[in-house]
Design a protein around this ligand. Structure first.
Ligand SMILES: CC(C)(COP(=O)(O)OP(=O)(O)OC[C@H]1O[C@@H](n2cnc3c(N)ncnc32)[C@H](O)[C@@H]1OP(=O)(O)O)[C@@H](O)C(=O)NCCC(=O)NCCS
Length: 148
């Protein structure tokens, strides 16, 4: 599809993944959080990617039974609107299904129209709202699900 090089998070991608986190979120995962996600493979599946040698897009599954929370969806500002986050998520969902995940859910800020558009395009549907779920700044979360 594109020249995006997708792989599971590895030691040599940790720093780039942390920088991308910090550039995208007000409460980013630290290097320690990312290391934990890299090591606990029964719980986490963290995909990263490179484009032209730079960290491009990434996302994580936090798995419990046959359900998984989709977290840390981020794309390098330099490479947005090229389908990279979509490509990462398609891969993540495919890999999740191979591991027996039947339903995927996520939380998204109610004002984040870019991310909501991305998730809707991939078949996620809003099933609920969690009032004041987010801090920095305080905001409601939409709870979106994609079921088999
Ligand atoms: C949300 C985000 C991950 C999208 O990454 P991206 O690689 O630019 O997304 P894609 O190119 O795969 O976009 C896929 C679809 O999402 C929607 N979309 C993406 N960005 C959009 C925008 N700025 N405005 C409206 N719709 C948008 C569109 O439907 C798009 O399809 P199209 O380009 O064919 O119209 C990126 O903007 C980002 O990192 N934002 C900051 C972090 C964040 O908010 N993460 C989500 C937390 S829940």
């Amino acid at each position: 599809m594109s020249d995006l090089l997708i792989s599971e998070l590895t030691e040599d991608m940790l720093e780039g993944a942390a920088l991308l986190e910090a550039s995208c979120f007000s409460r980013p995962w630290s290097m320690e959080d990312l290391k934990d996600a890299m090591e606990k493979k029964d719980i986490y599946l963290f995909l990263t990617s490179l484009y032209e040698g730079k960290p491009a897009a990434q996302a994580c599954l936090v798995m419990a039974g046959d359900e998984a929370d989709v977290t840390n969806v981020a794309c390098n500002e330099e490479f947005r609107r090229r389908g990279f986050a979509g490509e990462i998520l398609v891969n993540l969902i495919e890999k999740g299904k191979e591991r027996g995940i039947k339903a995927f859910f996520l939380e998204v800020r109610s004002s984040n129209t870019a991310a909501i558009g991305l998730y809707e395009k991939l078949g996620f549907k809003t099933e609920g709202v969690r009032k004041s779920f987010y801090r920095d700044p305080k905001e409601d979360a939409l709870i979106m699900w994609k079921r088999d």
